[in-house]
Design a binder for this molecule. Structure first.
Ligand code: BGC
Ligand code: CA
Length: 299
């Protein structure tokens, strides 16, 4: 039985590191710094990081089948040509909500780019509630709105059999599930999966492992937790040496390492001194579970 090890592998001071995605082809971890605002690629072999600025706050980045990436930036879905370091608008959402921005997003098993919005924060996790929505950019570049009334749209992923969509609206302090129709991209039958305990902070980014269990990064609580969605119970807690753990994804050889991003936003000098690795990216090894490769946007 191997033992769990946590190591800070990307020593950076991201404001809000988020949206980690493993790129198998290059042994690279892709991520954003929302308020950088920037997109970065960390090469796990050379340990070098390449970064490009975006025009405004970038909530998420995902791979694209035809090359490059897609982002949810400000209130637009946009395409990124990494080689040219250029960004092209695909379409806008929340056009009636000038104070909104995209937050977390991920591609579904059929290649649709799901991403949610939120009102701008006055302080981490303090914002006008109910202003966000969950959208899906279809491969033909049309947009479907799944639902509104979201406080702070965050982690999302699908069960290994594609029949369930898991979702986190952070300020509800719970993980929810929907029945998922991968043919139509439809979500229905919303229900509670897990309610976070008082010591578990704010649920943020999330990913599913190949056993169908959920890994949730707990913002302000310095941990990731593993949830069994069938029983609604917590199976495991892995603590990290920084409090603002924001998101996680599996990567590395065979997708057996869990990468965890973190944030420094809102931390005072004392907190930054006490958490010298805050804002960095961590690799957790020895978990004995694996994830699966990320999906790429089909449009
Ligand atoms: C958001 C942050 C927020 C944090 C805590 C992140 O997903 O991007 O702005 O402060 O979640 O809930
Ligand atoms: Ca997030």
């Amino acid at each position: 039985m191997s033992s769990v090890k946590v190591e800070c592998v990307v020593k950076t001071r991201s404001d809000i590191g988020e949206s980690p995605v493993w790129e198998e082809r290059d042994d690279t971890l892709l991520y954003v710094d929302i308020y950088g605002p920037s997109i970065s690629r960390w090469n796990s072999l050379t340990k070098e990081t390449e970064t490009m600025s975006t025009e405004t706050y970038v909530g998420c980045v995902v791979p694209r089948r035809s090359g490059g990436y897609m982002i949810g930036e400000g209130t637009r879905f946009a395409a990124v040509d990494w080689d040219k370091r250029s960004i092209t608008t695909v379409t806008h959402v929340d056009t009636d909500k000038g104070n909104n921005r995209f937050n977390d997003g991920k591609v579904d098993p059929a290649g649709r780019f799901f991403a949610g919005t939120m009102s701008m924060e006055v302080w981490p996790a303090e914002l006008e509630r109910g202003q966000g929505s969950l959208y899906a950019l279809q491969p033909d570049h049309s947009v479907i709105k799944h639902f509104g009334q979201v406080d702070l749209s965050n982690g999302l992923d699908w069960s290994p059999d594609h029949l369930v969509f898991y979702y986190i609206d952070s300020l509800k302090y719970m993980v929810e599930a929907f029945d998922y129709d991968v043919q139509t991209g439809g979500t229905s039958n919303r229900r509670l999966v897990y309610k976070l305990g008082d010591d578990e902070g704010i649920p943020d980014g999330m990913c599913v492992d190949i056993d169908g269990k959920l890994w949730v990064a707990c913002y302000s609580a310095g941990r990731v937790i593993r949830i069994d969605p069938q029983t609604g119970t917590r199976l495991q807690t892995v603590r990290l040496p920084v409090l603002n753990t924001t998101s996680c994804c599996f990567g590395g050889k065979d997708y057996s390492d869990l990468y965890v991003t973190s944030a420094t936003r809102g931390m005072n000098e004392e907190a930054l001194a006490n958490q010298p690795e805050a804002g960095g990216i961590f690799k957790i090894t020895g978990l004995g579970v694996k994830g699966s490769p990320p999906h790429s946007f089909a449009g």
